[in-house]
Design a binder for this molecule. Structure first.
Ligand SMILES: C[S@@+](CC[C@H](N)C(=O)[O-])C[C@H]1O[C@@H](n2cnc3c(N)ncnc32)[C@H](O)[C@@H]1O
Length: 264
């Protein structure tokens, strides 16, 4: 037990406000959100590119939060995507966008940016529709459990993706390793894990509220993946963008994007 809830208080359920968190992803308005978007979208684009990129039937996104940016490239190369989160409120916020409900977050600047990376900015509306068709379910998930998606029974995934989730969900290294161990059985043999996160981060703010993060180093990250039965194929890193340095909403020093393969 070393998740955020180990204090007895379920920090995410109690305090995390999806619409406030989404302010990070108003492109051009939040330097930290832009830092994350520019870095990760570039690497998602390269990872899921049509020629030689990862592809398959099922991709499961772990700890999606209220966000869809992480799925915009993958929706071109996977037949089905399942989004998941620990919080019902985040799942509802995702459903709002998927079902085009009033008040849904406007992802179009981010979708246009990804379409530009893919070579045709004008295809953004088509891509939004494709993603809405491809995300088949939004499920409850808890990486602290041996079976994170229980009671759902799913086929083995060809790819697991998780962005900025594990180091937020786990407050100790032991819990981080356990979470990787819990996720592994969801993946088919030789399936891929696409993981993004931050280095040396101890907190991030959502509005006025502070969320604790497990500070990761490259060494610790590599060891945890190896011990959990993953072989890292690619590890991309970037230092925190200079334009973010005055921002006090988080103390991360850099970002990582990795692709690893389940080793059996
Ligand atoms: C920093 S947000 C990341 C959201 C999104 N993936 C992104 O890239 O912006 C951390 C997410 O982890 C989720 N989370 C917290 N504890 C969790 C747990 N035990 N299992 C799964 N997800 C969890 C939170 O609900 C939240 O959506």
């Amino acid at each position: 037990m070393a998740l955020q809830e180990s204090t007895g208080l379920d920090v995410y359920q109690t305090y995390f406000e999806p619409t406030t968190y989404l302010n990070y992803y108003k492109m051009g308005q939040n330097p930290v959100g832009d830092d994350v978007l520019h870095f990760s979208l570039k690497h998602y684009n390269a990872t899921f590119k049509p020629a030689g990129g990862l592809r398959g039937k099922l991709l499961i996104d772990i700890g999606s939060g209220p966000t869809i940016y992480q799925l915009l490239s993958a929706c071109e190369s996977f037949e089905e995507i399942i989004a998941t989160d620990y919080m019902e409120k985040n799942c509802l916020e995702l459903e709002k966008w998927l079902k085009k409900m009033p008040g849904a977050f406007d992802w179009s600047p981010v979708v246009k940016y990804v379409c530009e990376l893919e070579g045709d900015r004008d295809k953004w509306a088509e891509k939004e529709e494709r993603l809405r068709r491809t995300v088949r379910r939004v499920l409850k998930c808890d990486v602290g459990k041996e079976r994170p998606l229980e009671p759902a029974v799913l086929p083995l995934a060809d790819c697991l993706l998780s962005s900025l989730c594990l180091e937020s969900a786990c407050v100790t290294l032991e819990a981080f390793r356990d979470a990787l161990r819990h996720l592994r059985p969801l993946l088919r043999p030789r399936g891929h894990l696409v993981l993004t996160g931050s280095f040396d981060c101890t907190f991030y703010m959502v509005g006025d509220l502070r969320f604790t993060v497990l500070p990761l180093t490259e060494k610790v990250l590599r060891e945890a993946l190896q011990e959990s039965g993953f072989i890292i194929e690619r590890l991309e890193k970037a230092q925190r963008g200079p334009e973010t340095l005055l921002e006090k909403c988080s103390d991360y020093t850099g970002l990582f994007f990795l692709v690893a393969q389940k080793n059996d």
